[in-house]
Write a protein that binds this ligand. Structure first.
Ligand code: NDP
Length: 302
């Protein structure tokens, strides 16, 4: 299968590319920069969709970029890098004379309202309640294909929690303070911490690309991209400290995270959602790293 991956040069895209190539699939990345194995967003706009059987969008300005201050220009980039690239790909698919069999969009669990009690599955109703949930709404809407493609193209949305892996994402930023013995629970630590190992996220994307829906539907098929373990931030912190053999004694106060990240962004870490991968499991996907111990051991050794 030929797979086109918007934003495939990033953390998740590198893992997905490795997995697809190991199964004999061909990968073309859409990037802002030209290069071998790549086309640019301008190429898609001017030349349309290259021949492919699967299309994925992973493009997006890094939401946890520690070097960017939380201001209007950053928020605008977070929206446009996701919504505009998704719309460009959806429009190119709609205009193609041979559209792909599957169109897979990766968004996030920020659509579910943070809560200590509620549990969310893919069937949970939601409406936007803050900036990040509004982002998910606009992002997923931008990916919708016209009804005329219902018979030909399967539309999938995968909503991941924090993606954990060795060479990017949240772990890259967390490991240094933990190694220095400065890691600690965020706030009370009671907030849920939805997470997934990057290799399982790549696996769910491949699963979505390889399986076909029957009957074809105009509905988006949603899969929660989270491990089934349902951990809190406290459990995550203690397990990472245990595996690294480092103390995790001092809680990080909420006001410090609000000051460093901006309160609208700090929500991701200071609050959280209990997200269940109900449909992901029902679809037959088997997690390689369903629990924190196996995931963290793979990432940091131990
Ligand atoms: P990365 O931060 O690695 O970025 C992916 C790619 O997006 C980059 O390689 C880059 O490609 C492209 N990109 C970055 N900024 C822009 C921009 N301003 N305009 C257009 N393209 C841009 O993302 P991940 O691989 O970590 O995540 C993939 C997707 O999954 C993202 O949409 C993210 O929001 C979502 N997600 C990720 C989570 C995580 O923990 N990592 C959690 C939940 C959701 P290039 O430079 O080649 O153009």
């Amino acid at each position: 299968m030929r797979v086109l991956i918007g934003g495939g040069s990033g953390f998740v895209g590198r893992e997905l590319t490795r997995l697809l190539k190991s199964k004999g699939h061909e990968v073309t990345i859409i990037s802002r920069q030209p290069g071998p194995g790549r086309i640019t967003w301008a190429d898609v706009e001017s030349g349309g969709l290259p021949p492919c059987e699967g299309a994925v969008n992973l493009a997006g300005e890094n939401i946890m970029n520690p070097l960017r201050w939380w201001n209007d220009s950053y928020k605008k980039d977070l929206f446009s890098s996701r919504v505009d690239t998704t719309r460009a790909l959806a429009q190119a698919i709609a205009a193609s004379s041979s559209p792909p069999r599957s169109w897979v969009l990766i968004t996030g669990v920020a659509c579910y309202k943070p809560s200590l009690q509620s549990q969310y599955t893919e069937d949970s109703e939601w409406t936007p309640f803050d900036l990040l949930s509004q982002l998910v709404k606009e992002w997923e809407e931008a990916g919708r294909l016209p009804h005329s493609l219902a018979q030909s193209t399967r539309q999938v949305v995968i909503r991941p929690g924090a993606v954990l892996g060795r060479d990017g994402g949240a772990m890259k930023q967390m490991l240094t303070p933990f190694w220095l013995g400065l890691g600690g629970p965020l706030g009370s630590g009671r907030q849920p911490f939805p997470w997934i190992h990057v290799s399982d996220l790549a696996g769910i994307i491949l699963h979505a690309l390889e399986t076909s829906s029957s009957p074809p539907s105009t509905q988006l098929e949603v899969f929660n991209g989270v491990a089934p373990a349902l951990n809190t931030n406290y459990e995550f912190t203690k397990e990472l400290g245990r595996i690294l053999r480092r103390p995790t004694l001092f809680p990080v106060p909420g006001f410090l995270m609000d000051t460093l990240l901006g309160s609208e962004r700090a929500v991701i870490l200071m609050q959280g959602q209990k997200v269940v991968p109900k449909r992901t499991l029902e679809s037959g996907f088997q997690f390689r790293y369903p629990d924190l111990t196996s995931a963290l051991r793979e990432i940091v050794g131990g």
